[in-house]
Design a binder for this molecule. Structure first.
Ligand SMILES: Cc1cc2nc3c(=O)[nH]c(=O)nc-3n(C[C@H](O)[C@H](O)[C@H](O)COP(=O)(O)OP(=O)(O)OC[C@H]3O[C@@H](n4cnc5c(N)ncnc54)[C@H](O)[C@@H]3O)c2cc1C
Length: 450
């Protein structure tokens, strides 16, 4: 293969883990170019006055693929806490076990009956073929769960987080993500027997200290020790074809010539960066839709209920989810303190930026007090971090734009990758796995090109 070079745009998990896997496969000349002042992307944690906040939202380590999970835990040297999930849904002033269909026993008898009866009727009609096939996420929810569970929890919660009409969300989003509940489990939960759903994340891990950023730091250490050049505060502005089939990556104040590029920056904001490679097609990237997110961290004195996280489907509370990080690791807050983060999504960046940090902290704290999640609470301080892109909307435009763009970029040796580079709703395990596969592809490309 000779001495071939790879540039990686973006130092989130996708960029870091691709560098790591490329090194394992013998590629030594790697430059990782990151826009911000440190690597990690969404996996950033901040420690303020002894409170640790995962400022990119609540992150836990889990995977259906044990090998992947073990590899991530090995990187953390198993300095982790293992948990059995204790998550709730705040429904009409009470905490109902998560997922909702497995927590029906926590509802009043009338609502329990309504949910089970509706689910059974829907099930029978579905089996008899009397229900039309669902065409979008909204229809799918009703088709699988029946109207009662849909209208009490699944539709309001998902509308709150996605900020779009769920009929705009395609079925592609659902596939493999939301398990169909076994009827038997739902009936058991309604009569008060204990059952678990979403079992792939029933047991999860979390770093003992330092928050989720520990994973990014561990990867960063590995790759820097092996000689990867990491450039910080360098937003990539343009990628161009250069001579001899090479690529020129122009970032602020620096230019790099590489044989291949792994591109993990958000595609929807990369029309300019990719304009020379994509020509007219680059404008189509602007049509990709995502949801911005504000993460509001609160340091609170008091006693938190023992939950890991709680979903809030009602429009009364501003946030859709609160994670109590001091229940993930005791080292996330000082004695007598509670570290928590609330996630608040917005329709647009303008809508998010119209709300000040103080307003967000005030409203989040007020809603938190109302929920009773922390007993005898006293706010110490709050922090707000904003993310332009957090959730990718799987609408009909997405797949058509992606296919063309990805095919064209690959011809030049540019590999879109990661949650925002490949515009896929990927969790950390999927990103890590895909990085290993991508490293193989890049090595094959480099070998062919030599
Ligand atoms: C709220 C929330 C909760 C989540 N919870 C979980 C969870 O519990 N478990 C789980 O497994 N996964 C979870 N995830 C998913 C996880 O965060 C992602 O899979 C992972 O962090 C994606 O990494 P990435 O590198 O693809 O993207 P990012 O982390 O966004 O990294 C992209 C990097 O590119 C940089 N960049 C952008 N533009 C440029 C440019 N022009 N030039 C150079 N650099 C640039 C950015 O600064 C950033 O560092 C969650 C995600 C969210 C939003």
């Amino acid at each position: 293969m000779g001495r071939k070079s790879v540039c990686i745009v973006g130092g989130g998990l996708a960029g870091l883990s691709t560098a790591y896997h490329l090194l394992i496969k013998g590629v030594k000349d790697i430059t990782l170019i990151e826009l911000s002042d440190r690597v990690g992307g969404l996996l950033k944690s901040e420690v303020i006055s002894g409170y640790t906040f995962d400022v990119g939202g609540s992150h836990i380590l889990f995977s259906k693929n044990l090998r992947t999970l073990n590899e991530m835990l090995n990187l953390l040297k198993w300095d982790v806490v293992k948990h059995y999930r204790n998550a709730k849904i705040f429904y009409k002033g009470t905490f109902v076990k998560y997922p909702f269909e497995n927590g029906l026993g926590d509802l009043p008898p009338e609502e329990r009956f309504e949910c089970v009866w509706d689910l059974i009727n829907t099930y029978v009609k579905r089996v008899k073929g009397e229900l039309p096939q669902p065409k979008n996420f909204r229809e799918w929810i009703v088709y699988v769960f029946g109207n009662a569970i849909a209208s009490k929890y699944l539709i309001p919660y998902n509308e709150k987080i996605w900020k779009v009409d769920l009929s705009e969300v395609s079925l592609e989003w659902v596939e493999g993500r939301i398990p169909n509940p076994p009827l038997e489990d739902v009936v058991k939960s309604a009569v008060g027997l204990s059952v678990e759903g979403y079992t792939h994340q029933l047991n999860f891990y979390y770093p003992s200290s330092g928050g989720i950023e520990s994973l990014a730091k561990a990867l960063s250490k590995e790759i820097v020790n092996e000689g990867v050049e990491v450039l910080l505060n360098k937003p990539v502005k343009l990628i161009r074809k250069s001579i001899n089939g090479k690529l020129l990556v122009e970032a602020e104040g620096v230019e790099k010539v590489c044989d291949a590029v792994v591109f993990t920056a958000p595609l929807n904001r990369s029309a300019e960066v990719l304009s020379e490679l994509l020509n007219d097609l680059s404008n189509s990237l602007k049509a990709l839709r995502s949801i911005p997110l504000a993460v509001v961290g609160l340091a609170v004195r008091g006693e938190a209920l023992p939950y890991h996280w709680v979903y809030f489907p009602s429009s009364k509370e501003l946030f859709h989810r609160v994670a109590i990080l001091s229940n993930f690791s005791r080292s996330n807050a000082p004695e007598g303190g509670v570290a928590l983060i609330a996630e608040v999504s917005f329709r647009s960046l303008d809508e998010m930026n119209a709300v000040s940090d103080d307003e967000l902290i005030h409203k989040v704290y007020q809603d938190l007090e109302g929920s009773g999640l922390v007993r005898n609470p006293k706010l110490e301080f709050g922090v707000v971090r904003r993310w332009a892109d957090a959730y990718i909307i799987y609408d009909t435009i997405r797949s058509s734009v992606l296919k063309e763009v990805v095919n064209k970029l690959r011809i030049y040796g540019v590999y879109p990758h990661g949650r925002f580079g490949s515009w896929e709703y990927l969790n950390m395990d999927a990103v890590y796995e895909k990085s290993a596969k991508l490293a193989d592809e890049v090595v094959t490309y480099l070998t062919r090109a030599s």
